[in-house]
Design a protein around this ligand. Structure first.
Ligand SMILES: *[C@@H]1O[C@H](CO)[C@@H](O)[C@H](O)[C@H]1NC(C)=O
Ligand SMILES: *[C@@H]1O[C@H](CO)[C@@H](O)[C@H](O)[C@H]1NC(C)=O
Length: 283
């Protein structure tokens, strides 16, 4: 009995810690073989892309609600046609997904930060942004917060997008499928740069994107028990109830005014028969 209590306590304690640190223990390389390399005893991953292949990895753990933070340095120079993806996703046909995708560009031209939400296999909720810095010079922190109230995309702790849980109004929200973090570098020159007009310049390959300081804080999913265990309220669970306060709503609005370049909720041509329900409730 004492042993059982001890084991339960160890499980509760360990799932409530912020996991940070060794990428060897945090992720699996899922494709690309030698195009994905882990350096410095698990503190850095570099993905590369050439004409033979890109590469990708995913977190070993799955979460049903969580927050992920990663520092990423994007492909430098002429990165047109390349896409660096960083997203949460469940598996299967009617999967849920929360995306960050970074679309490369010609040298000196700005990246596009593409965001989307898939619910039960359906996307179509795109917002796109420019960044207020050159994302190829230094590492910057990109975060996805996914809790029962909302999904928030952050760039260096500045919120750029919110997707709220409006299930009580009949609007879908990802809340019943566990997700993993996925990241990849791949070639998308059939659509990424000006709708496929600018092709990847393979003479500049291999293209490289770097990742470090992967932090996860979530309700760890157990596939055998078919449920997730959330951290106790006093142990690093502030993300679980986190919502935007007034200051952060102002920051979000300011980013959206200055840097948003596409918003599905403003695309009247596309939604000539009426906008999706959530568009009425955007801040
Ligand atoms: C490598 O990382 C592991 C796990 O974080 C750690 O236990 C070990 O001491 C590290 N080794 C070196 C040489 O830094
Ligand atoms: C590349 O830069 C051009 C010029 O600023 C811009 O119009 C275009 O949207 C950019 N493409 C991507 C994929 O970001």
């Amino acid at each position: 009995m004492v042993n059982l209590v001890l084991i339960i306590m160890v499980i509760l304690f360990s799932t409530s810690l912020i996991a940070t640190g060794n990428l060897n223990q945090q992720v699996d390389i899922t494709w690309g073989n030698d195009k994905a390399k882990i350096f410095n005893n698990g503190s850095l991953i570099i993905l590369s892309l050439d004409q033979t292949s890109g590469a990708g990895f995913r977190s070993k753990d799955e979460y049903l609600f969580g927050r992920v933070d990663m520092e990423i340095k994007l492909v430098a120079g002429n990165s047109a046609g390349t896409v660096t993806a960083y997203y949460l996703s469940s598996q299967g046909k009617n999967h849920n997904e929360i995306d960050f995708e970074f679309l490369g560009n010609l040298t000196g031209d700005p990246y596009t930060v593409h965001t989307n939400v898939f619910i039960e296999g359906r996307g179509g909720r795109e917002q796109q942004f420019r960044l207020w810095f050159d994302p190829t010079l230094e590492f910057h922190t990109y975060s996805i917060l996914w809790n029962p109230q909302s999904i928030i995309w952050y760039v260096d702790e500045t919120p750029i997008r919110v997707f709220r849980n409006l299930q009580s109004r009949g609007i879908p929200y990802p809340s019943n499928q566990a997700m993993r973090l996925y990241s990849s570098l791949w070639d998308a020159d059939n659509w990424a740069t000006r709708g496929g007009l600018v092709k990847t310049d393979w003479s500049k390959a291999p293209f490289k994107a770097s990742f470090k300081n992967f932090k996860t804080n979530g309700c760890l999913w157990s596939s055998s028990a078919k449920k997730s265990s959330c951290p106790s309220s006093n142990k690093g669970s502030s993300w679980l109830n986190q919502q935007l306060d007034g200051t952060n709503i102002q920051k979000l609005k300011s980013v959206q005014n200055k840097y948003m370049i596409y918003n599905y909720c403003a695309d009247a041509k596309r939604f000539s028969k009426g906008f999706p329900g959530e568009c009425k409730f955007v801040f």
